[in-house]
Ligand binder design. Sequence first.
Ligand SMILES: Cc1cc2nc3c(=O)[nH]c(=O)nc-3n(C[C@H](O)[C@H](O)[C@H](O)COP(=O)(O)OP(=O)(O)OC[C@H]3O[C@@H](n4cnc5c(N)ncnc54)[C@H](O)[C@@H]3O)c2cc1C
Length: 347
Amino acid sequence: MGMDSKYIETDIVIIGAGPVGLFAVFEAGLLKMRCHLIDTLPQPGGQLAEIYPKKPIYDIPGFPSILAGDLVRNLLKQIEPFQPGYTLGERAEVLERQADGRWRVITERGTVHVAPVVFIAGGLGAFEPRKPPIGNIGDYENGRGVAYCVRNPEEFSGRRIVIAGGGDSALDWTIYLADDAASLTLVHRRSEFRGAPDSVEKVQELARQGRIRLITNAQVVGLKGNGRLEQVIIQHETDGLFEVDTDYFLPLFGLTPKLGPIEHWGLELKDGAIAVDTRDYSTNLPGVFAIGDINTYPGKLKLILCGFHEATLACQAAFKVVNPDKKLSFKYTTVTGIEGFPAKTPR
Ligand SMILES: Cc1cc2nc3c(=O)[nH]c(=O)nc-3n(C[C@H](O)[C@H](O)[C@H](O)COP(=O)(O)OP(=O)(O)OC[C@H]3O[C@@H](n4cnc5c(N)ncnc54)[C@H](O)[C@@H]3O)c2cc1C
């Protein structure tokens, strides 16, 4: 993926390679606009790839059920003819307008992207898991026992796992991983769970059957191990401190939605999201659009399907910015087919 160049010019710079940013490449391609995607994460797919690749999604039109990871793969295949560029593993830090009216997006590593149009498809913002306040937790991150999300469930098979949390993520992974784990302990601060009632029921049933150990009204307050995690220290409201031997500790407390650098770009914000005009999902900055989870407007729903719609309308408006002298005529893909860009044409 074209990561060698440090200066990139294109028609639309897309900040965020989640499902909505990816689909925008398709809609832009139909209108003959080229795109370049930037993402902090090392892989495209946004929340789908990072948080729940193995979960089925049921509300993508035409797919009664599709795994999030498969949806990302399909989107990548769908946009292939339009040869988007990628700057992955870099966070967009600066958005500024040049004298020629085009926008310049600069990443923390200094990669410069220039285009007349910017789509901000940053989802929840840069990914930051909520971490429990355990002083030495950093010592066990990066493959030494502590993980904030499950990327590859097979990694946990036959292992001892301690999960902490009371929301859907903690419950769903408890149910999923219980099957193959050597042992699984779920620790939750309260006695009630925030997750879906159906999942709560399943977790309680697993505990009744003795297939998991459920410890409520308790928190993991310490970690021990020699180079790699070996024990968690749990503090129970009434029983006090005790230790549990484990290979993994998964604190699944969700992600902190942080806009990060996007907050400082002069965009009109509302409730921590970018305010847009629903005619074309434009922001208060000319040529800058916000689509997907990152935007807000009356009636907003944070759904993939809604983001796809927003990307489609934003592309229509972007066409006028990229091609001020051209007229846009609307055509169905059933009529035109998909005419990709010729291979390796320099822009
Ligand atoms: C567990 C779970 C289950 C879900 N189930 C469903 C479901 O069944 N159906 C449904 O429709 N929706 C579901 N959702 C919601 C859905 O995942 C989101 O609506 C969708 O991911 C939004 O897509 P997006 O492209 O707008 O943003 P995201 O997927 O959040 O992607 C945004 C990307 O932008 C990047 N980014 C942000 N800021 C920067 C920056 N400054 N520089 C570089 N990159 C940046 C991030 O790293 C991220 O990769 C679910 C969400 C979760 C967490």
